[in-house]
Design a protein around this ligand. Sequence first.
Ligand code: UTP
Length: 291
Amino acid sequence: MTTPLRKAVIPAAGLGTRFLPATKAMPKEMLTVVDKPLIQYVVEEARAAGIEEFCIVTGRGKISLVDHFDVAYELEATLRERNKTAALEQLAAMSAKEGSIVTVRQQVPHGLGHAVWCARAFTAGEAFAVLLPDVLVMAETPCLAQLADVYRQTGGNVLAVEEVPREHTNRYGILDVASDDGRLVEVRGLVEKPKPEDAPSNLSIIGRYILVPEVMAALEAQERGAGGEIQLTDAMAKLIGKGPFHGLRYQGRQYDCGDKAGFIEAQIAFGLQRPELADAIRGFLKAYSGH
Ligand code: UTP
């Protein structure tokens, strides 16, 4: 049964080891690109796709992720006193409807699949989106909205996918393709981090998913996969053949902000989108281009 898409799970309980020491006392998902934390970008992307309810999967030391969406009384009062209308408007635009953000704890980061499973009471039998907050997607139509369009037509699971160089397949979840019309791909299999020689294709999953509720039952088994972690890819693979399952070559560009080089590229790309910063950034880029 195709249920309406109203809910999103945002896994944010990982240790962020690739970004140490920044992530020693601060969540990776609070790293800022230009002037917004990563988590805010994905919440905004989800809202643009019609998501009304959020579950942030957190762990120790991650409370600032949730505080970020609270009302900040003292700050707002001070801004009001100082007539800082633009800043106040910005804060008002990001405020969450009461009760629309819940959190669950993943006490031990056993892997992405385990993090999603921790939200099983929240999803409660409905289809839901998963957005990885360390992946930002720049797109004319927000990436999750593109997936939601497909979901409304096909139902079932829908994943955002893109081609990666074959030598990098061991970094991603990779699709085995049944059919492919150049945009929409029917999924026949999924493998997490295959070696290039074993990879069934070079189409990778990028961190935006729409999943049917049955994935929670598949995660229940808590089986460990690549890297000894409970992998979402393995649970999704168990759903193949039981209903529609598609990959969408989304329109846009993704930035892996869990990786230092990807994060720096995102600063430049998102900064260039800001009219007040673009000229300055172009100037720096020119100055450094000979180095
Ligand atoms: P990553 O693998 O990119 O994040 O997971 P990580 O494990 O924090 O980073 P590294 O590899 O150690 O540097 C993608 C998303 O899934 C969350 C992470 O917080 C991140 O937002 N995640 C991952 C969990 O919530 N729980 C986990 O057990 C693993």
